[in-house]
Design a protein around this ligand. Structure first.
Ligand code: CA
Length: 229
């Protein structure tokens, strides 16, 4: 049976993105957008994991968490906090959160943490991705090529996971950007190109070119030689 995840998040764009992505991964997902409606869902639902935003209309996530922990200590809670809000993270963990993610976060990182919080011994096999001589471990967020470790940033790791999952397919910049950055691609910034270039540099230090550019279309991970452009 698939795991049931409750998302309490008032930013609709983030809630939609999380809901869509987690459903694609096979989870059952419900979204609540306010503190009071979130509390009702927490009280009356049966959840395997709760994704809880900090700032919510009606009642803050931290208050929900404190009350929830008075009656339920077992259900894992992953807090979504603003970037650089160290005191929020500490307060959240003190109040009983199991983990936190800083916004904006990469979907693959959220998935890795979701899996880690939901992990059961028989699921261990699904925590790694492999293609050709590439290996990525979603539990430890480590990757390697031909057995040699790759020193990747979180974004580069997310990019690599996306490429491995879709090897042999051309991924558009829009698709990559929305998946890894969780944001709409404006076509102006070169953030994506910079990260792909850096990931490529690290991969090619350990083997031949494996991320190919299709001019005007996007990128493809493939162990075949460079395709004509
Ligand atoms: Ca919020």
């Amino acid at each position: 049976m698939s795991s049931r995840i409750l998302i309490i998040e008032d930013e609709q764009r983030i809630a939609d993105f999380l809901q869509r992505g987690l459903r694609e991964e096979g989870y059952q997902v419900e979204v609540q957008a306010t503190g009071p409606s979130g509390w009702i869902a927490l009280q009356h639902g049966t959840w395997d994991l709760v994704l809880l935003d900090w700032w919510l209309p009606g009642e803050d996530g931290i208050q929900l968490l404190r009350r929830f922990r008075q009656r339920n200590r077992a259900t894992p809670v992953l807090f979504l906090t603003a970037r650089d809000a160290v005191e929020q993270r500490v307060e959240g963990l003190d109040a009983g959160a199991d983990d936190y993610l800083c916004k904006p976060f990469a979907f693959d990182e959220l998935l890795a943490r979701t899996r880690a919080l939901l992990r059961r011994p028989d699921q261990a096999d699904s925590l790694t991705l492999d293609y050709a001589d590439l290996h990525a471990d979603l539990a430890t967020l480590r990757a390697s090529r031909g057995g040699a470790p790759l020193d990747l940033t979180a974004k580069e790791f997310s990019l690599l996971c996306l490429f491995i999952r879709n090897h042999g397919r051309v991924l558009s910049r829009t698709r990559i950007f929305e998946t890894v950055w969780g944001d709409q691609y404006d076509g102006l910034s070169n953030t994506l190109e910079v990260h792909v270039k850096e990931l490529r540099r690290k991969l090619e230090a350990l083997g031949p070119r494996i991320i190919h550019t299709h001019r005007g279309r996007g990128y493809e991970l493939s162990a075949r030689p460079d395709p004509p452009t």
